[in-house]
Design a protein around this ligand. Structure first.
Ligand SMILES: [Zn+2]
Length: 437
């Protein structure tokens, strides 16, 4: 299908400097295939440790080291495939690569599934004894303590292997949602502020909601949700499938609820979650007062969902990619020369995929692994919101960068609860800089 002038660009229409440099991971797709085949041959060597882990501290150490080695190689394969696939979700070649990486991960999970039960066949005292006997095992102390803590939720060898195999099937609802939301859905063409026809997209939607013209906002909102509405049953089915999967896994692992299971992964008590929700609810009147002010400032009788993102200042501030890069660099200067040096490296070495293109995954994220750069996916629009997203994702990427420079993989896998500290701190610093200048 050829695109109209107002449609989204395809990948090959975008200047190279605005794309991420995934060739730094694998120069060609053939190199990916070679590593894929090599890893397929290497991971079954885990078998040599079967039945022997509890025999000595050295055996325990060696199996954990072997797991690390295989895992970071898998991550590298996976990160490349998922980012290639995200840049154009309709590209069947990378869909296939991504699916094969996922499938390999499932088989590995299954092959490694004896490790945790074997460690758990030892008593806590025996594990502590191993930790005392071998100094190198201290690199795995957190892993071993987490395993000891998980005792009530770990199943038998056979059950663990079955759960690992079935994970490829249970990821179907989430995969189906991604395909529908990113590849198959098509939004209509609507009129922008100047009366020009523009095709609506995930990325452009937010820009329309910033419009001073209520009709533009309203049309964008209706076009977006009418389109989603056409697929309401399919979207509902993917959500329902995901919920059933979460409940199934939680029940199989002896948790009281899916929520308890999800929070337990990050060692977060349910009370913390409840407290967060409670604290937000307590402060809701402040948000409501702000909305009242907004309604008055916008001179509206009724404030609709499509009105709440409109800026209160009259002038819509446009920020280009180059300006945003510069503002972010200046805003984050308090973090030091070392930090801003790495920011410049991120710009220069093309860690960031900037533009929204046809079929590209919506939203923004930071991804990567121990063997790759911490890449960033954006769907850039020239506005302040996107500049903050850039600062936010760079917070994640630099957090990952420093972690991977300074921590072993077992300690580098930071939780989402900690992750948002680095990203929101960056937003606060940028905000402070902009207010001051
Ligand atoms: Zn974040």
């Amino acid at each position: 299908m050829t695109e109209t002038a107002t449609g989204l660009k395809t990948r090959d229409e975008v200047p190279k400097e605005l794309t991420w440099d995934l060739e730094a991971i694998f120069p060609t797709d053939d190199d990916w295939e070679k590593e894929f085949e090599a890893l397929k041959l290497d991971f079954p060597k885990i078998e040599q440790y079967k039945g022997k882990i509890a025999e000595s501290p050295e055996n325990l150490l060696n199996v954990l080291k072997f797991e690390d080695d295989i895992r970071i190689r898998l991550e590298k394969l996976f990160v490349y495939a998922h980012m290639r696939s995200d840049q154009d979700t309709a590209n069947s070649k990378y869909q296939d690569q991504n699916a094969r990486a996922q499938s390999l991960a499932t088989h590995m999970l299954s092959a490694f599934s004896f490790v945790t039960p074997e460690i758990l066949s030892m008593t806590d005292d025996e594990i502590e004894g191993f930790l005392n006997q071998n100094n190198e095992l201290t690199h795995y102390e957190k892993t071993l303590r987490d395993i000891m803590k998980s005792r009530p939720h770990v199943l038998s060898d056979k059950e663990e292997a079955l759960l690992a195999e079935v994970s490829e099937v249970t990821s179907a609802p989430s995969n189906a949602f991604g395909m529908l939301n990113n590849a198959d859905i098509e939004f209509p063409t609507i009129k922008d502020e100047d009366g020009k026809d523009v095709q609506l997209s995930h990325g452009r939607y937010r820009d329309f909601l910033d419009s001073k013209d209520q009709n533009v906002r309203k049309n964008a909102f209706n076009a977006m949700y009418d389109t989603f509405g056409q697929f309401r049953n399919t979207f509902a089915a993917t959500l329902s499938g995901q919920i059933k999967k979460d409940n199934f896994v939680a029940k199989a692992r002896n948790y009281n609820s899916a929520r308890e299971a999800a929070l337990d992964q990050n060692n977060i008590p349910e009370k913390v979650y409840d407290n967060l929700v409670e604290a937000i609810n307590e402060r809701l009147p402040v948000l409501h007062r702000y909305m009242e002010v907004k309604k008055k400032a916008l001179d509206l009788d009724e404030l609709h969902m499509y009105d709440i993102y409109t800026p209160l200042v009259d002038e819509k501030i446009s920020v280009s990619i180059d300006e945003a890069k510069d503002y972010v660099l200046k805003g984050l200067a308090p973090l030091g020369d070392d930090y801003t040096g790495i920011l410049q490296k991120a710009y220069k070495e093309r860690w960031i995929d900037w533009l929204e293109t046809k079929g590209k995954r919506s939203g923004a994220y930071s991804s990567g692994s121990y063997l790759t750069n911490p890449y960033i996916l954006m769907n850039w629009q020239d506005n302040v919101d996107n500049m903050f997203t850039l600062a936010h994702e760079l917070g994640h990427s630099l957090h990952s960068y420093y972690t991977r420079e300074n921590q072993s993989p077992r300690y580098g896998d930071y939780s989402i609860f900690v992750a948002e500290v680095a990203s929101t701190a960056n937003e606060a610093l940028l905000n402070d800089y902009l207010l001051k200048t």
